[in-house]
Design a protein around this ligand. Structure first.
Ligand SMILES: *Cc1c(COP(=O)(O)O)cnc(C)c1O
Length: 393
């Protein structure tokens, strides 16, 4: 089947909610993939930070397949072991206490928001439900997580929104602290604003904010949906900021390509949500948990150090490329500012040259699979450089 036919059938019956790139991928292996015509690409997107072990990792696929042939799903009213093992690993490696499993980033953030509201109500009364998030943040597409998202462009079409969110300017500690009051139950932040343009928060700002939250019994929620699961070069980005959050949310990379999210609760709120308070039919099912076990086992210290090295290498190479004026990010989550070029044009030129990349606002964004071999990384960066030169010409 050729691309034009896939494109036409997609346009006829799939809702038109994505500005899709003109490419159809049919198979992949680690960082390499192929389109319907057999043309090869190197992937620097991981399916937006999802395929942490690349395409079709054999150990991951075998573990999921074996679980599918054994027991794919029961319900959350029945005990199963695989999700217990994922929860144990996540807690042991983060110092958090309990885990709620979800199916996506937005759903993880919904769980965090519900927990924070109940905590605020129980600890400080029913008026304590305000949550402060940051300008340029992104927390998801549900009505409540859109309300949490501090970008006006997301707020035009879909009101009325969930009340109780206020947006602070990232990096401005005085203005942020001025927004915290006796009715604030939580602060929710990304440590590197992903969809906002790959903008890392200043470490001193985060530390001061964490201390203020602690002192005033305001929960600190870190949205690690994009930064978590090795992306930042550590299992979670918060480890690099010297803070211990009250709640951490994750999703994208956790399932290695299957829909899987988690809300990690710290000591203060480990038992805030009780039976009947929250739930989801698919959350933590054995099949997705089997995949996550393989992902987490692969992400040991040596593996994560290598992710950090590859990220530093990619950053240094990007900085030497034409029209690249700055590169920000953490680990293998990189955003490049381009002088006088539209990032989408560079992505399109990349596709022509056999490399898949992303945009974030007006920046070129790279989220390579954490397992990308060094020679594939270098070849992919050569192709990015070629794409930049073509668009600049
Ligand atoms: C992608 C993302 C989300 C939303 O995740 P979905 O799985 O698309 O619901 C939330 N927060 C951050 C930081 C993200 O990058």
């Amino acid at each position: 089947m050729d691309f034009m036919e896939i494109h036409a059938r997609d346009a006829r019956h799939v809702a038109n909610t994505y500005a899709r790139f003109p490419v159809a991928i049919v198979r992949g292996q680690n960082a390499r993939c192929w389109d319907e015509s057999g043309k090869a690409y190197i992937d620097l997107t991981s399916g937006i930070g999802v395929n942490s072990l690349g395409y079709a990792d054999p150990a991951w696929a075998d573990a999921v397949a074996a679980q599918l042939h054994t027991l794919q799903h029961t319900s959350n009213l029945i005990h199963t072991l695989p999700c217990v093992e994922v929860a144990e690993t996540l807690c042991a490696r983060t110092g958090m206490r309990k885990v709620f499993f979800s199916n996506s980033g937005a759903e993880s953030n919904e769980g965090a928001i519900k927990c924070a509201r109940k905590y605020g109500r129980q600890s400080h009364g029913p008026a304590c439900h305000k949550i402060v998030t940051l300008d340029q943040s992104f927390h998801g597409r549900t009505v409540t997580t859109l309300a949490a998202t501090g970008q006006a462009s997301f707020h035009h079409q879909f009101g009325p929104f969930t009340e109780g969110f206020a947006y602070a300017p990232p990096g401005d500690i005085e203005k942020t602290l001025a927004m915290l009051d006796e009715n604030t139950c939580a602060v929710m932040i990304e440590l590197v604003q992903g969809e906002g343009g790959v903008i890392p928060l200043d470490a001193a700002y985060v530390k001061a904010l964490a201390e203020a939250c602690q002192a005033r019994d305001i929960l600190l929620i870190i949205d690690e949906v994009q930064t978590g699961i090795g992306r930042a070069g550590t299992l979670f980005a918060f480890e690099q900021y010297g803070i211990q959050p009250d709640i951490v949310t994750c999703a994208k990379g956790l399932g290695g390509g299957l829909p899987f999210g988690a809300v990690l609760f710290g000591e203060k709120c480990a038992d805030v949500l009780g039976p009947g308070d929250h739930g989801t039919t698919f959350g933590g099912n054995p099949a997705v948990s089997a995949g996550a076990k393989v992902v987490l086992a692969r992400l040991d210290d040596a593996f994560l150090r290598e992710v950090g090295k590859k990220g530093a290498h990619a950053r240094a190479r990007l900085l030497r490329m034409p029209r690249v004026t700055a590169v920000d990010g953490l680990g293998f989550m990189l955003g490049a500012s381009l002088a006088g070029l539209a990032a989408r044009d560079v992505v399109l030129a990349g596709i022509r040259n056999g490399v898949l990349t992303l945009t974030a606002k007006d920046r070129l964004r790279l989220l390579p699979p954490l397992t990308i071999p060094w020679d594939d990384l270098d070849e992919a960066l050569n192709r990015v450089e070629k794409a930049l030169k073509e668009v600049a010409a």
